[in-house]
Write a protein that binds this ligand. Structure first.
Ligand code: ADP
Ligand code: ZN
Ligand code: MG
Length: 649
């Protein structure tokens, strides 16, 4: 593996640079970009109903039947005769099949109660009953008079209707509560927007929390100023743009900036994510937009912030071919209508953020809507140092930490990644029972983000260790023996979770913005250096160069297709880049024949770079042995140690 830190840009277009290998990519920002809000409430409601149903069935089977039966006390037959003779019994019921006699009588408190006794074969009983008199001298009612069950209607009411009503009611309350918690309405309140109102104190962010991004801050400060004294602008006849669109790669602080505006502006701040518009019911999105703007108009001056606007603002053409998405389209149309509808001088300003501006519908971008674009780019050297400092305030940091050095080693990293690194460093310090975060922790955190975690218990065989050591030294030697190449700062053969068995780190002394043809070629030669060393020393090679191959090919390909660095194609653009802020995926834009020629050209570049690397290593075979042995012994060596041995006679 070979990691060249350093953004090599051509007009801010990233080629190479801070690009962790795939395994490391997964954790990119993974820790920093937590999704806010509770999980899907709809699921919770379904669970609730399932549980409710089970409880209901249990109640029906076990509890209700007893509840429905009237309380009956068991007594002896003698007691029954005695009560009958005493004239206390008012009604009697015999049940042949159950063999019981049930009778009704008032207890001491004067309440009518049921008593039960065994049905004993007593021939005189019928006469006795006919002759007996109940309380107040009335005849004792006999047979078919005592209902032991409540009426069927009552039964139904108590066992079915009432519990179901109860559960539905509780469920509704629960749903409403959860919807409110995530700032939404429910089916009952169709079309209420679920925008959360952030008042300044609630976001708690100010411009001071956003490091770097001075241009973006300046543009946003103007908006804040307008909300504070609109007369200053109105008197001169200037109207501020209705909307501003924050565009930039993920993790550069777009959402953070919007929150900071809310904190600075001291006006109501409505924040909603584009994905929240497209939800649940058809037509909801449009209704939500309508409601959001109605609320905003009531609360003016205020700011409406739509995060990830690309989810609703996607270009409408093209979508139709794939069956279309009417719902999204309706929402977008409503948004366009609303943006036209309100009067900018009222003081409603719409901010939106996206990292895919190229997918946005043209209508959204025309003047009068989001006509102002505020780029929020990846931070430069100074910016990275500033971001590191802002986040370092939250942890106990050693006073002697050199943030500039860390910033230099993290070219191409976003604000979110830098914040993540500080946190990783703090975690490392805790792991080692230290109270304070040191420079080494930060450097280790940087490497963790680039190459993954160390795999201390992965044991390489002596033979493999030798191969890896020669491979890495091969990279380092080729890099060091070419002019204008950045110094190697670290070489290691400690395996990492990204799959790297070892790697060489090269950190440029200063940030470069341009890449010359020679530099690009030299970089490819450096990538091939690992494999070249294996070939030279072992006469064979291994799979260890897979990542190098990928990187070399990517660079060689962009040299040919995008940077105009091949003799064959001159300055012809052969690829169009889609989504420059995301993966930077490029699509070939040329004929099939040309594609074939491109492949040949790419191969030619890589082959000649490989030959160059092999030549350099053959010339420095002695040093290669010496350095590789040293690396095998130490496992990790610094750039200084490497240079010391390289320049030793
Ligand atoms: P985006 O919306 O552009 O994808 P966020 O605003 O969500 O990125 O940024 C994610 C996190 O990264 C922030 O919460 C913050 O901790 C950190 N961050 C990003 N940019 C900056 C910056 N310029 N200054 C300070 N912190 C930053
Ligand atoms: Zn390699
Ligand atoms: Mg964001």
């Amino acid at each position: 593996y070979f990691f060249h830190i350093g953004r090599i840009c051509y007009k801010n277009e990233q080629v190479g640079g801070f690009a962790p290998p795939c395994a490391a990519k997964n954790q990119k920002g993974g820790c920093v970009m937590k999704k806010e809000g509770p999980k899907n409430p709809k699921k919770a409601i379904i669970y609730y109903y399932i549980i409710a149903l089970v409880v209901l069935l249990l109640l029906n089977a076990l509890v209700f039947p007893r509840m429905m039966q009237r309380q009956v006390s068991e007594v002896t037959y003698n007691q029954f005769i005695a009560d009958l003779d005493a004239g206390k019994v008012s009604a009697v019921e015999e049940n042949e099949s159950e063999g019981t006699i049930t009778y009704m009588m008032k207890d001491e408190n004067g309440r009518e109660r049921l008593y039960r006794t065994a049905l004993i074969n007593d021939p005189g009983r019928v006469d006795r009953l006919l002759q007996a008199s109940g309380p107040d001298g009335a005849a004792v009612q006999f047979g078919g008079v005592i209902p032991t069950q409540a009426s069927p209607l009552m039964n139904l009411l108590v066992t079915v209707v009432f519990p179901v009503l109860l559960f539905v009611l509780v469920g509704q309350l629960l749903m409403r509560f959860m919807m409110k918690k995530m700032g939404g309405g429910n089916a009952m309140t169709f079309g209420k927007s679920n925008a959360k109102v952030y008042v300044e104190a609630q976001t708690g962010k100010t411009f001071a929390d956003v490091a770097g991004q001075d241009e973006a801050k300046e543009a946003l400060a103007e908006i804040v100023d307008f909300l504070h004294n609109p007369s200053k602008y109105n008197s001169i006849g200037a109207t501020l743009p209705k909307g501003a669109l924050l565009v930039g790669p993920p993790g550069t602080g777009k959402t953070l900036l919007a929150k900071a505006v809310a904190g600075e502006a001291h006006v109501p701040f409505f924040s909603i994510s584009g994905s929240e518009f497209v939800e649940m019911f058809v037509g909801m999105g449009a209704a939500r937009v309508r409601d959001l703007f109605k609320q905003a108009a009531d609360k003016a001056p205020c700011i409406v912030f739509i995060d990830e606007i690309d989810t609703i603002g996607k270009s409408r053409d093209g979508a139709a071919g794939m069956g279309g998405n009417d719902e999204r389209e309706q929402t977008l149309n409503q948004l366009l209508t609303e943006m036209d509808g309100f009067d900018g001088s009222k003081g409603v300003i719409i901010l939106a953020a996206t990292n895919r501006p190229e997918t946005l519908d043209k209508a959204l971008l025309r003047p009068g809507r989001f006509d102002r674009r505020i780029p929020v780019e990846l931070p430069d050297l100074e910016g990275r140092a500033a971001i590191l400092k802002v986040h370092a305030k939250k942890v106990m940091m050693d006073e002697n930490v050199d943030f500039m050095a860390i910033a230099r080693a993290t070219s191409g990293a976003s604000g979110a990644e830098l914040a993540n690194m500080i946190n990783e460093a703090a975690l490392l310090a805790v792991k080692q029972n230290r109270r304070i975060v040191r420079q080494e922790d930060l450097m280790e955190a940087v490497e963790t983000v680039i190459a993954g975690y160390q795999r201390k218990n992965k044991v390489l065989s002596q033979r493999e260790k030798r191969i890896v050591a020669y491979h890495e030294i091969g990279h380092a030697l080729v890099a060091a023996r070419q002019s204008d190449s950045a110094p190697v700062t670290k070489i290691t053969i400690v395996p990492r979770t990204s799959g790297a068995l070892g790697y060489t780190l090269q950190v440029p002394e200063e940030e470069t913005n341009l890449l010359s043809r020679e530099e690009a070629f030299n970089k490819i030669a450096t990538f091939t250096g690992g494999r070249a060393a294996e070939e030279l020393i072992f006469g064979s090679y291994t799979s260890g160069a897979s990542n190098d191959i990928e990187q070399a090919t990517r660079l060689a390909r962009s040299m040919v297709t995008r940077l105009g660095m091949s003799a064959e194609f001159d300055m012809m653009a052969l690829e169009t880049v889609s989504g420059p802020y995301l993966s930077g995926d490029a699509a070939l834009a040329c004929s099939e024949g040309t594609a074939e020629k491109i492949d040949r050209e790419v191969l030619a570049i890589i082959r000649s770079a490989h030959e160059k690397a092999a030549g350099i290593l053959a010339e420095n075979k002695e040093k290669l042995h010496e350095l590789a042995n040293f690396l095998m012994e130490r496992e990790t060596i610094t750039g200084e140690e490497f240079m010391e041995i390289l320049h030793r006679e």
